[in-house]
Design a protein around this ligand. Structure first.
Ligand SMILES: [Zn+2]
Length: 328
């Protein structure tokens, strides 16, 4: 019996001509996809380099404004603010200080740059002496007491003028608690971007140095997701949606593209992905040592995050993207 030969198909036809290749590109990065993370500390005239995050700085609110003006003029539409506190206590009360660094920065940004969308990170880990994301009882994080504190933080950000809040604490019931607190205070139009699938990753180290939030004891495994668990991530996402989340986030991005894809296939809400400090540092240090090309690798990684299903990407590369996309 004669074996039937395979059919010869010329897929390369569509890749031959550069213009056609460009026309057929399925996924594109745009400045509107990006959210730029920014670090803020109380004070004036501070623009301090962060160890292990090359070209990322810790700003006082006045310097942060200068940076944001430059970013917004170049086309960046949104920022996500993280605070660093020099007044830590057990409760993390500096997190809801109306004169705190984040609250001050939000007021300045919204006064001077009303068209810039300002998200704020809502958590306690940069403000508690324990370095944990919640209130500690013994060696355990007290979930329900933490919720009361988080609600105060979120309200203080909204009262300062924040356009959207992003709770990163991974406590149970947090989206519901914040939604109710915001609604009761008249902020029913303020969206919540939930860090739904925040994995207990080893890629957060440079960030923890930046905001001084390394836990004093133990780790965050009793509240953040185990890296091996996709179904558990889906359950977190489902829970956050039921509680009222407007945008779901996956964090980190690159090691969890399968989670992002699974979210995209199941949920209709917008998705964000956080390319975290360790992901950024890996590219920076490899390129500083001449092993890879920073721009090419960063663009490929960001494109892969978008292709996997992200509508929004939080990335430390955001300040470079206006120039990089123009050159493309
Ligand atoms: Zn935290």
């Amino acid at each position: 019996m004669e074996r039937k030969p395979g059919t010869f198909i010329r897929n390369r036809r569509l890749r031959r001509f550069p213009a056609l290749r460009a026309m057929l590109q399925e996924t594109r990065l745009a400045l509107q996809d990006l959210i730029c993370p920014l670090f803020v500390v109380q004070g004036q005239g501070i623009r301090k380099a962060i160890p292990h995050l090359p070209e990322v700085f810790l700003f006082s609110p006045d310097e942060l404004l200068k940076e944001a003006v430059t970013l917004h003029e170049k086309g960046i539409q949104a920022v996500l603010l993280f605070g660093r506190s020099e007044q830590k206590d057990e409760a993390g009360s500096d997190a809801w200080n109306p004169r705190g660094a984040v609250q001050e920065a939000v007021r300045v940004l919204k006064r001077e740059l009303p068209t810039l969308f300002v998200f704020t990170d809502v958590c306690l880990c940069a403000y508690t002496t324990s370095g944990h994301c919640g209130v500690v009882r013994g060696q355990y994080i007290d979930n329900d007491r933490t919720l009361e504190h988080l609600a105060r933080v979120a309200l203080s950000h909204c009262e300062a003028g924040a356009d959207g809040i992003a709770p990163s604490d991974m406590m149970d019931g947090h989206i519901l608690a914040l939604r109710e607190a915001l609604d009761q205070a008249g902020f029913q139009e303020t969206p919540i971007m939930a860090y739904s699938a925040k994995f207990a990753s080893s890629l957060y180290e440079p960030f923890r140095e930046a905001v001084d939030s390394t836990p004093l004891f133990g780790d965050r495994s009793s509240y953040q997701l185990p890296p091996a668990n996709l179904r558990e991530a889906l359950r977190e996402a489902q829970t956050d949606l039921l509680e009222g989340a407007d945008i779901l986030m996956v964090k980190p991005a690159l090691p969890y593209l399968d989670v992002l894809r699974a979210f995209r296939e199941r949920f209709l809400v917008p998705l964000a992905a956080f390319q975290v400090s360790g992901e950024y540092a890996m590219v920076k240090y490899a390129s500083l040592n001449g092993a890879i090309d920073e721009k090419k690798v960063a663009l490929e990684l960001l494109l892969s995050i978008k292709r996997a299903g992200a509508d929004l990407i939080i990335s430390y590369f955001a300040p470079k993207m206006p120039e990089w996309l123009r050159e493309e």
